[in-house]
Design a protein around this ligand. Structure first.
Ligand code: FMN
Length: 208
């Protein structure tokens, strides 16, 4: 694969999607830090409206902090079973303050100014809560990428919304307006999880 330093064979996108399932018991070995960085880099390639890239990652590997996160997640055991937990959040106020960074460098100073203006026009009149919800929707695109990228490199995850956001924000020192899209325990599977149970394509699709 040339570009990656992955320590395992990479899966095709189809294999990654087929074999991803929520895993709640993990092998205890620490994560390969190169693989972890590659997974985060790949997730960061997710698309977002105006290239806003609202997602931010807080990677928790310290056992003490994972234990505290587990408490904030109603004691769900996968939080401490996994060698790492990626807290995927968005901070739209920081995104707005640094809008210029997301303009394509090829567009020069004019592009950076334009990006700033676009963001002001789109979000300036919204409440902090409204634009935080918008940022969270963009962050969820990266969440999908993150899970598939992890599986593609041989890792397993479980997305989690079962936690108290205020407590997690406090543990990580995040501002009150930060939206947490998910906690994502990540590691190598120590059980097989459950097979997929999904609607058929016909049940959820209309062809026009
Ligand atoms: C946004 C989101 C939040 C979830 N929250 C939890 C959670 O708090 N705890 C948990 O054990 N599973 C959680 N899940 C996992 C789902 O139960 C699981 O993805 C679903 O049942 C489909 O199973 P699969 O992931 O194995 O395909 C969550 C999934 C998503 C997408």
């Amino acid at each position: 694969m040339g570009m990656t330093q992955a320590s395992t064979k990479t899966l095709s996108v189809q294999e990654a999607i087929e074999t991803r399932r929520s895993i709640r018991q993990f092998e205890q070995a620490p994560l390969d830090q190169g693989d972890l960085r590659e997974i985060l880099r790949l997730a960061g390639l997710a698309p977002s409206a105006w290239n806003a890239q609202t997602w931010r990652f807080a990677v928790v590997q310290s056992p003490e902090l994972r234990a505290q996160l587990q408490e904030a997640a109603y004691g769900q055991p996968q939080v401490t079973s996994a060698p790492a937990v990626i807290v995927l959040y968005s901070d739209m106020e920081e995104v707005l303050a640094t809008a210029r960074e997301t303009a394509h460098p090829g567009m020069g100073e004019e592009g950076a100014a334009q990006q700033e203006q676009t963001f002001q026009n789109a979000f300036g009149a919204m409440s902090v809560e409204q634009r935080a919800a918008w940022a969270n929707a963009q962050a969820n695109i990266a969440l999908g990428y993150l899970m598939i990228a992890a599986r593609g490199l041989g890792y397993d995850t479980v997305p989690m919304l079962g936690f108290q956001p205020d407590k997690v924000r406090e543990l990580l020192g995040l501002p009150a307006h930060a939206q947490i899209a998910a906690l994502l325990p990540i590691g190598r599977r120590a059980h097989e999880g459950f097979p997929h149970h999904r609607h058929s394509t016909d049940r959820i699709t209309k062809f026009y």
